[in-house]
Design a protein around this ligand. Structure first.
Ligand SMILES: [Zn+2]
Length: 160
């Protein structure tokens, strides 16, 4: 195993000429992002510790990112309630109340698999960007109604 050298990871263009033919060969070495990725693979325990420390020392960073991701998801999904029979007029609906609904249910399962709010939102965002139709926006009223009518597990209102 050879040690990584940081300067090896810069993208460089090396002029290449041989017997009068003026060719240019672009030699792409690893970028700093790739260097970091390789380093993380090589030192998984250290990388995990660094990540944990960073998250501990910057608690607002993730909170901020989570909000930004949620905002982007809502924008991408059209920032409205998707139920055509929604009783709340769209002008009166405050966007912060909108809920991201899983069309086929199983939102709990996905939340559990993601480990963290950050992972959950990034995962949804990635899926939506790649054209997934598994998600829709619903206002709380329509979301609870859908849960009740479709008998999605663990989702009965406690009063009923
Ligand atoms: Zn609605």
């Amino acid at each position: 195993m050879t040690e990584f050298r940081k300067d090896e990871y810069k993208k460089v263009q090396i002029p290449f000429g041989f017997n009068g033919c003026e060719q240019q060969e672009t030699k792409i070495l690893k970028t700093s992002t790739e260097y970091l990725r390789d380093w993380r693979k090589k030192h998984p325990i250290k990388a995990r510790r660094y990540g944990r420390n960073y998250r501990r020392n910057h608690p607002d960073r993730r909170r901020h990112l989570n909000r930004e991701h949620r905002k982007e998801i809502i924008l991408l999904l059209g920032s409205r309630c998707w139920n055509p029979d929604c009783p709340i007029p769209s002008k009166k609906l405050n966007l912060i109340t909108l809920q991201i609904d899983h069309v086929n249910g199983e939102g709990n399962k996905e939340r559990r698999e993601a480990n963290s709010t950050y992972g959950y939102y990034t995962r949804i965002l990635k899926k939506i960007r790649s054209g997934s139709r598994d998600y829709q926006l619903l206002c709380p009223y329509c979301n609870w109604l859908k849960r009740y009518e479709k008998k999605e597990p663990n989702c009965y209102p406690k009063v009923m």
